[in-house]
Design a protein around this ligand. Structure first.
Ligand SMILES: C[C@@H](O)[C@H](N)C(=O)O
Ligand SMILES: C[C@@H](O)[C@H](N)C(=O)O
Lengths: 158, 158
């Protein structure tokens, strides 16, 4: 595959905010994140998948100590946008495999996902870039996921 | 914000495959991408958002000329997994803003999304990494999106 995984990275102390059923039309993503940016709340991941029936789900992650603040901002902006529900989870973490030549994402991702499955780790969210595959999982699975991925991609040998 | 946007990147000729309503339990993501990797189909983005009622939606993008092949692989593996529907769209593109110091993602993302909204460009998917915010949009909006983002982030001045 030509890909070389150079490391496993993880971000602890994250929380996710999910807004389900927003209108899938221009301007909605800006209405959600504009006020969060104005409140100087740092955002890590932003994930939205393809919608259906004109609605989409929108999730972003923040550091755990700004979750309350971020939820207040969403609550305050309720009037300017319609959605079905807002929920948050404060004990999640992000685990990523980092490497070059990930063009063969499917083969690498397949191995990553299979490794997590073998260790009974459920994947809550997935997001990728050219050099990284990131998953959000429950915090309780952090140690086992990082250890298992180190073994899978043989990163233990120094 | 301290962020500096260094450029706008885009990937043409992409297609997306969305599998809605897969079981949100360990092993499912591996069942979807394992066979795609085995068929040596290159995957670009992989996006999954938080599920509800035990189900989640899973999307990945491939280059347009491998869409038929990828759909055949999904079809063949129907027996080993349950899902509500599979759909694909073959005229999508990925547009990204790239920069360092994106920790203030929300402010930067807000500007990106507002810019796209002003130009009536609907965002189909969103995925981020530490140095990049990527959106998937309809191909027909590619030129206007790239031009508008260049103006917004003042990248025209050489
Ligand atoms: C849901 C949201 O991304 C919407 N499609 C927009 O363009 O803003
Ligand atoms: C939907 C899929 O990601 C599932 N949660 C898994 O862990 O494989």
């Amino acid at each position: 595959e030509g890909a070389t995984i150079s490391g496993i990275a993880f971000t602890k102390d994250e929380a996710e905010i999910t807004i389900k059923g927003v209108k899938d039309q221009p301007g909605v993503a800006a209405k959600i994140l504009g006020p969060i940016g104005d409140a100087k709340i740092e955002v890590d991941m932003i994930v939205q998948n393809v919608g259906s029936n004109g609605l989409a789900d929108f999730t972003f992650t923040v550091s755990r100590n700004t979750l309350k603040n971020a939820m207040k901002v969403i609550e305050k902006n309720k009037k300017i946008m319609s959605y079905e529900s807002v929920s948050s989870k404060n004990n999640i973490v992000k685990v990523s495999i980092v490497g070059v030549g990930m063009r063969s994402h499917a083969g690498i991702a397949g191995r990553m996902f299979k490794c997590l499955a073998k260790n009974k780790v459920n994947i809550r969210m997935i997001s990728t870039s050219e050099i990284k595959i990131s998953v959000v999982i429950d915090q309780k699975n952090l140690e086992i996921a990082v250890q298992a991925l180190h073994n899978e991609f043989k990163l233990n040998k120094k």
